[in-house]
Structure formats: C-alpha cells, structure tokens
Ligand binder design. Structure first.
Ligand SMILES: Cc1cc2nc3c(=O)[nH]c(=O)nc-3n(C[C@H](O)[C@H](O)[C@H](O)COP(=O)(O)OP(=O)(O)OC[C@H]3O[C@@H](n4cnc5c(N)ncnc54)[C@H](O)[C@@H]3O)c2cc1C
Length: 428
C-alpha cells in the first residue's frame, strides 16, 4: 500500500489517471490468507468478495455450511467496498417521505426497518468477531439549500416520527450546532438523525471475510470467473474460471457493476456509475455524516479526523453514468477535474475547512437500477442461482441484513426480511 499520501497539487489535472488507493485500502489491514486452490465441487459458491459476498459467506458458515468464495483480486474489499465513504446511512436510497410516495407506506417502512435491523447486526457482529474497532458512531444531517428540498426533509422528519423513528428538522442555528462547525447562510436547515454508524471499510470487510474463513469458508482469491452455466440434468451449476472449473449446487452472483458480465440479461438493468471522493488532512473538529442537494454532494469523516467529500456528478450531466470499467480494473478512470471541483466546493459548505489541504482522491464504480432498489433474491426459473447486486451507491445500510436473509433463503427458509421491492424477478 502507499506510504506518503498523494498530494493533490501534484495530480495531473487534464489527462485521465488511475485512481490511487483509497484511504481505507492504504490504511487497512492486509489480507493474510493465501488463495485456496479451487475444489472440483462446492455446495454454495459465492462470486465476489466485496462486502456483500464476504458477509454472505459469514452467514452461511454460521448456518454450518462451508461456502467457496471466488474473487478476482488477491484480497477481499478491493472493489467498491474498499473505495466508498464507509457510511452506514439508515433508510433506503430516497428520503422516507419520497419512498412512501414511491413504493407505498408498507414497502417503504419494510425498507427502512431492514436498515435498522442492519444497524443492530453490524453492532452485534463486529463485537462478536473482534472487529469492533472498525466501526465508529456518528449521526446524519441532510442539509437543504432549496425550499422544496427543505419541505421534503420536513415531511420526512414527520413521516419517520410517525413510524417511531427518531428524526428532527433543524433550522439553521440548530443545524449549525448539530454540524459542530459553521455552515453558510444559504443553508435553510437540515434533517437530523442520531445513532448512525460508519466503518473503516477495508478493516470491516476483511474482518468479515476473516470471520467467514475462521468459520470454514474457502476464499479463492486471484481467480476470475468467466461464466456460470447450468450443469447436467440434476440441477447444479458449472462455474468456469481462469483457474479451472467448479461444479456447485448453488451459486450467488455478488459482482456489483460487473454482474452483467456473467448475467447479460442484467445489462439493460444495471448502469455502472462512477463515484469519486476526495480526502482532506485531519481537521480539529468532528462533524456528522452529511448530505446536500438530495445527496448530490455528501461527506463524512474518517476516524483520524480527515474529511471525505463526494458527489457533484450532476455538474457534468451524463458523463459518469454508463461509464466503462477497464478490463481487469477495480474502478473507472479517475477524473481529476471532478476531484478538483469537490475540493473547490468544500470551503463553500464548510468555511472552517478553507485552506485545509486535500491529500488524496480516488474513484470507484456503483451499480444503479432504474427504480434505485437493489437486486436480492433468486434468479427466476433457475433453481440454485441467486443474485445480490446493484446497491445504487448505498450498499452499507444493507450489508449485514441482506446477506443474512439471503443465507436463510439459500438454506430453504423464508428470508422474509428482504423487501419485495428488491426481487430481481421484477426486471426479468
Ligand atoms: C466513491 C464511492 C462512495 C461510496 N460511498 C458509500 C457510502 O458511504 N455508503 C454506502 O452505503 N455505499 C457507498 N458506496 C457504495 C458501496 O461501496 C457499494 O454499495 C458496496 O461496496 C457494494 O458491495 P459489493 O460487494 O456488491 O461490491 P464490490 O465491493 O465491488 O464487490 C464485487 C467484487 O466482485 C469482484 N469481481 C468482479 N468481477 C469478478 C469476476 N469476473 N470474477 C471474480 N470476482 C469478480 C470484484 O473484484 C469485487 O471485489 C460508495 C461507492 C463509491 C464508488
């Protein structure tokens, strides 16, 4: 991993460059296990060792199974799960009031409740597995600068409270207090939700993978899957890789934006979207996780006090959606001008951050669906084939509960904590 952080001033501003390692990859624990040789047969074969695949492997081992995880990289968490902002924001992709309008109250509440179960599982599992240090407490403050967004956030505060969930609309003075540092006068206020979590993304995911391996999961890292096809006439799947083939009773495709490479039917459904983050040097104040302009700009803070700022894709419409990820790469090409815009926008929102240097910037890929809900469940009409992908830039709030519930379905249970809105069959 890198020693000295990349200095922002030394980054080329015009030519595309590969994103440097994220803060998490640069400061996270190494993966100490060597890659397992591929067995000829496996009960359950999980494709991808991001947060979803690694955590699914963990829950399968808790049920007494010994899954095989196949990962292209030499270690877990080198895709998007090691390149995100580490924020576990409760609730779905849309604000609760918008989700109620969109999916109806029962389904919107099922989605929100799933993320509360997720919160509890993250706390319980990190304690049990000795990775409590990878998690840290925070709050969430969604800021509004436009009247219509302020109304939406006020409506959300009311809708959440009506459902028994703590949430408050704060006018600017209250928002400033909750933010812990100054905010510009253009901010009208914000929706405040306490009791949230953030994680050191790489320490957390590798901790989950390590716990799965201790429980009996095999991690075949450095192995790329080329195809998954039905095998024989008695059920089962033939997984073909660059290191040989495996016959598996059940296969779970947890490949984020790479999923359509194995399941081409999902190419019209999953849009790869570039996300970027910049990181400052540590600041002497602590702020909650925040979002602005309906999440088009967002941020958080690392345990050492560095600020993370992401978003602003909307400033060049259409450029980052449908982006190519070069073959063999973990991320789309890095866009230095986007990093520059994020760095410039920072002191506009956080006046006290003026002059704080940006020390690192990186990119990653997200997988978006037309309805902004992920794909979690059985592949219709194909017994033993499952998908868990396309978390629309918002995977962490589901990254325990969906794997835990999918593991239950794989074992023949109901897995009723997976909202109906996530069923892959809706597109197939
Ligand atoms: C800049 C950025 C910021 C983000 N911030 C947040 C945030 O703060 N909070 C949040 O909830 N979400 C955030 N996200 C989204 C979050 O990172 C994802 O939802 C989550 O990581 C998805 O996990 P995953 O396991 O599905 O994907 P990944 O971590 O990408 O895992 C997929 C794995 O599949 C492997 N793979 C791909 N193809 C093959 C193959 N053919 N054979 C074998 N292995 C293969 C990859 O190497 C990878 O390890 C952010 C994303 C980005 C890019």
């Amino acid at each position: 991993m890198t020693g000295t952080p990349t200095t922002y001033a030394t980054m080329p501003t015009r030519t595309p460059m590969r994103s440097p390692d994220s803060y998490w990859l640069a400061t996270g624990p190494a993966w100490a296990r060597g890659g397992s040789a591929l067995p000829e047969r496996a009960g359950v074969c999980v494709l991808g060792a991001g947060v979803m695949g690694s955590t699914l492997a963990y829950w399968l081992t808790r049920a007494g199974l010994r899954p095989l995880v196949i990962e292209r990289n030499p270690a877990p968490a080198m895709g998007s799960s090691g390149r995100n902002a580490g924020r576990l924001i409760q609730g779905g992709n849309a604000q609760h009031a918008v989700a109620v309008d969109r999916y109806g109250h029962a389904e919107a509440l099922a989605i929100y409740r799933a993320t509360l179960v997720n919160r509890d599982l993250v706390r319980e599992v990190t304690e049990r597995e000795g990775i409590a240090a990878s998690r840290f407490p925070t709050a969430k403050l969604d800021l509004a600068v436009e009247e219509d967004e302020a109304l939406e956030l006020k409506r959300t505060a009311e809708a959440l409270r009506a459902d028994g969930i703590e949430a408050t609309w704060l006018d600017l003075p209250g928002a400033r207090e909750a933010f812990g540092t100054d905010l510009p006068d253009t901010v009208l206020g914000g929706l405040y939700r306490p009791d949230q979590d953030a994680v050191h993304s790489v320490a957390y995911v590798r901790g989950m993978a390590e716990a799965a391996a201790r429980g009996g999961a095999d991690f075949a890292c450095g192995v790329t899957v080329a195809s998954v096809e039905p095998y024989g006439t008695d059920g089962g799947w033939l997984v073909t890789t660059d290191a040989g083939t495996v016959i598996a009773d059940q296969v779970v495709v947890a490949l984020n934006a790479w999923t359509p490479r194995l399941l081409p039917e999902l190419a019209p459904v999953i849009t790869p979207v570039r996300g970027q983050l910049v990181q400052t040097a540590p600041v002497p104040f602590r702020i909650p996780q925040w979002g602005l302009d309906r999440g088009l700009m967002y941020g958080g803070q690392t345990p050492d006090g560095s600020l993370l700022i992401g978003g602003l894709r909307n400033t060049v419409p259409g450029r980052d959606e449908g982006i190519e990820v070069p073959e063999g790469s973990n991320t789309p090409d890095f866009a230095p001008d986007l990093a520059e815009r994020l760095a410039e926008a920072l002191p506009t929102l956080l006046p006290e951050a003026a002059g704080v240097p940006v020390v690192r910037a990186w990119s990653g890929v997200m997988a978006f669906t037309p309805d902004r809900c992920p794909l979690v469940g059985a592949w219709p009409g194909a017994e033993g084939l499952w998908v868990m992908a396309a978390f629309n830039g918002h995977g962490m709030p589901y990254a325990q509960v969906m794997p835990e519930q999918l593991a239950e379905r794989i074992r023949g249970g109901r897995g009723s904590g997976i909202p109906a809105a996530f069923d892959p069959a809706r597109f197939l």
